[in-house]
Design a binder for this molecule. Structure first.
Ligand code: P6P
Length: 280
C-alpha cells in the first residue's frame, strides 16, 4: 500500500508546479461545464488531463474520478483516486490562492470516507506547498523548482482558534446557522478568500473554523463530498481538528452519487461541536 500512496503523492508533487506554470495562459473559460454545473476554465481541463493520465500510469491506481468529469475512469489497481484538479479556479481571474486536492481510497468510487487511506493538497499561494495526510500524520513541503523541502513533519491544528470563513450569502443562511456565525464573528477574525484550500490552510496555520453551510434553497450546500469534503476532512482530522456536515464527521458519510454535495465544516473541535449543537 505505501508504495502506491507514495507514488500518488509523487505524481501530485511533480504535476502541481506544472499546473501552476500553465495557469497564466489558461485563464479563459471553455464552452463547457463540469458535472456540477460550474463553468470550466481551460486551466481546469489542463489540470484534470495531466492528473488523470499520470495517476492512472501508477500501477497501484485502479481508477480516477474528478470534479471535472462525469464518470470514473477505470483501470486496474487497488487504489482509487478522487481529485479536485483546480479547487477555487474562479480565483484565477482575481489572482488569488487556489490548488489541487486529492483523496486516495482503497475501495471503488464513490466510496465511504472510512475507505480513505491518504489525502492532501497542493496550494498555489505566494509559494507552492504540498500538504499530505497519511498514517494519522500530516506533513507539509515547499515545492520549488523540482525540489520538495519539508516544512512540517507533524502539522497540527493550533489549539487557540483565531480565524473563520463561511461561504454563501447571509440571506441564504438558515436562522440557526446565522446565529452561530454571529457568535463566531464576535470571537474570531474573518478570513474568506473564495477557495476552500486557501481558507482551510489559514485554519491549519492560525487555528479556527471554515465552512460552507447548507443554504435555505440548497440544504446540501455547494461543496462536493467526494472531491472536497472527504479529503479536506481527512487532512484536518489527522491534524487534530474535526469535520462535520452539521451532524457528524464527513468521514462517516458515503456519497450516494459521484458529485453529491454536502454542507462542510472543518477546524477547531470546540467550534465544530458548537456548530452541531446550534444546528441540532
Ligand atoms: P463561493 C470554489 O469554487 C469552491 O468550490 C471552493 O473552493 C470554495 O470554498 C467555494 O467554492 C467558494 O464558493 O460561493 O464563495 O464562490
Amino acid at each position: 500500500m505505501s508504495n502506491g500512496i507514495g507514488a500518488v503523492v509523487d505524481v501530485v508533487a511533480a504535476t502541481a508546479p506544472e499546473v501552476r506554470a500553465g495557469l497564466a495562459d489558461r485563464r479563459a473559460y471553455t464552452e463547457s461545464e463540469n458535472p456540477s454545473g460550474d463553468r470550466q476554465l481551460a486551466a481546469d481541463v489542463h489540470a484534470d488531463e495531466l492528473l488523470c493520465e499520470r495517476l492512472l500510469d501508477v500501477d497501484a491506481v485502479g481508477s480516477y474520478a474528478s470534479e471535472e468529469r462525469d464518470a470514473v475512469v477505470e483501470d486496474d489497481g487497488r487504489l482509487h483516486v478522487a481529485c479536485d484538479p483546480l479547487d477555487g479556479s474562479s480565483n484565477l481571474k482575481s489572482n488569488n490562492a487556489m490548488g489541487t486536492l486529492f483523496g486516495v481510497y482503497d475501495a471503488p468510487l464513490p466510496a465511504p470516507g472510512s475507505a480513505l487511506v491518504a489525502a492532501g493538497f497542493a496550494l498555489f499561494g505566494p509559494v507552492t506547498t504540498l500538504v499530505v495526510a497519511r498514517d494519522g500524520r500530516v506533513r507539509e513541503w515547499v515545492l520549488d523548482g523540482g525540489d520538495r523541502r519539508l516544512l512540517e513533519d507533524d502539522l497540527a491544528l493550533p489549539a487557540e482558534p483565531t480565524v473563520y470563513g463561511f461561504g454563501g450569502r447571509r440571506p441564504e443562511w438558515t436562522d440557526a446557522f446565522a446565529a452561530y456565525a454571529d457568535r463566531v464573528a464576535e470571537e474570531l477574525k474573518l478570513r474568506y478568500g473564495g477557495a476552500m484550500l486557501g481558507d482551510v490552510n489559514q485554519v491549519l496555520t492560525y487555528g479556527g473554523v471554515f465552512g460552507y453551510p447548507g443554504l435555505r434553497d440548497r440544504p446540501e450546500g455547494k461543496l462536493r463530498l467526494l472531491f472536497e469534503g472527504h479529503p479536506i476532512a481527512f487532512v484536518v482530522e489527522a491534524a487534530g481538528g474535526a469535520s462535520s456536515d452539521g451532524e457528524r464527521s464527513l468521514l462517516e458519510l458515503t456519497p450516494d452519487r459521484l458529485h453529491a454535495r454536502t454542507p462542510l465544516f472543518v477546524g477547531d473541535p470546540g467550534y465544530v461541536d458548537d456548530l452541531e449543537a446550534a444546528l441540532a
